[in-house]
Design a protein around this ligand. Structure first.
Ligand SMILES: *Cc1c(COP(=O)(O)O)cnc(C)c1O
Length: 355
């Protein structure tokens, strides 16, 4: 990829790097020194700049504040064993962001701006990318409508930004999850496949309720019958039954996760049987009762692979197999980790070297 976009850079005079704990960072609380901004005005993307991380100023009438005209992405940069800074499949995040934008009636960010933005930001804040085990620099691109207009219509102006922050492991423990049978995350014809703010705001109440009941996370089911399994929290979900990897197919209501796609690709490459098909709650509960469910796990950038140890359904908690003996999910995690750290060959061309 060529870097054909001009970026103006203003460096911070007060770096926080020396005073930040990069070995045990807290997810989502600490941000690196710089951020990228690019505006969409008069029908074109312009004024791409990197400036010190800090607050931004917007009108109280800003349409995003009122009507949630916002989309985002999430990806990670790692320091590999050759001391290079690598990012996992960033071009796929750029493409997905354009799909989210289209659903929300926003202009799509050109891949060249997305990639140049990430690359330049990582080169400037390279000290924030360390090789401490389990850590990475989380990259959060997002795009918001900017019109100061309290009326419902697509905005004329937008801002695209990228912020980054050091992170460690997302979940430290195997998960206890509850199959949600009342609330709905996404419906056919809705916005479930887009990474847009409203999906997450609407999920807070059911997630909070599950947490009060002692669960870490929800398993979302379809909005119509609540009989089909869709996702787990903000991760895609996978099961192993009869040594076969099973996951729900991508569609309107399921986010097309890059981790999901990567694991499916690795599994097929290793000759494993893979089924992308509707998965019913009944099938999963029955397979647990009959001792046939070998593994269940969430997959996403934040956690990579999050083993599930307990599934709650209709007031009953079903305990799954011992997490330590899970050869498939731990194997996928290991393969992905080794690709990112440069220990094994990047045979699918997923690793982007930023520096
Ligand atoms: C981001 C996200 C995922 C995971 O996608 P990745 O590309 O693997 O990070 C899954 N489900 C939802 C709802 C998400 O927002």
């Amino acid at each position: 990829m060529s870097i054909d976009q001009k970026v103006s850079i203003t460096q911070t005079t007060r770096s926080k790097l020396a005073t930040t704990d990069l070995i045990n960072p807290v997810f989502g609380k600490v941000y690196a020194d710089h951020m990228l901004c690019c505006d969409f005005k008069k029908g074109t993307w312009q004024d791409m700049k990197i400036i010190p991380y800090g607050n931004i100023s917007i009108s109280p009438a800003n349409t995003t504040l009122h009507y949630a005209s916002t989309i985002f992405e999430g990806l990670k940069a790692y320091r590999n064993i050759h001391k290079e800074i690598v990012v996992f499949r960033p071009q796929d995040n750029a493409k997905r962001m354009v799909l989210s934008a289209d659903r929300m009636c926003m202009p799509g960010i050109p891949e060249s701006i997305f990639m140049t933005g990430i690359t330049e930001l990582l080169r400037l804040d390279e000290g924030w990318v360390t090789n401490h085990p389990g850590t990475s620099l989380y990259i959060r691109p997002f795009q918001i409508a900017m019109d100061p207009y309290v009326g419902i219509r697509p905005s004329d102006d937008y801002t695209f930004m990228i912020i980054t922050g050091p992170v460690g492991a997302y979940y430290s423990q195997p998960l206890k999850v509850k199959i949600e049978t009342k609330y709905t995350r996404a419906v056919l014809g809705g916005t479930g496949f887009a990474k847009t703010g409203g999906n997450y705001a609407a999920a807070l109440k059911p997630a909070k309720k599950a947490q009060k009941e002692g669960y870490d996370q929800l398993i979302w089911t379809d909005g119509e019958s609540h009989q089909y399994i869709e996702e787990s929290g903000t991760m895609n979900i996978m099961f192993i039954i009869n040594d076969t990897l099973i996951t729900a197919p991508i569609g309107d209501t399921i986010l097309n996760g890059i981790t999901r796609d990567s694991i499916l690709t690795i599994a097929k490459d290793q000759g494993m049987k893979v089924e992308e098909r509707p998965v019913t709650v009944a099938e999963i509960i029955q397979s647990i009762e009959q001792g046939r469910l070998q593994e269940a796990f969430g997959v996403g950038t934040a956690a990579t692979v999050a083993p599930i140890k307990t599934i709650g359904y209709n007031g009953i908690d079903y305990e799954l197999t011992d997490v330590k003996s899970r050869k498939y999910s731990l194997g996928f995690l290991d393969t992905l980790d080794k690709m990112k750290s440069g220990v094994i060959e990047d045979k699918f061309g997923w690793i982007y070297k930023a520096k």
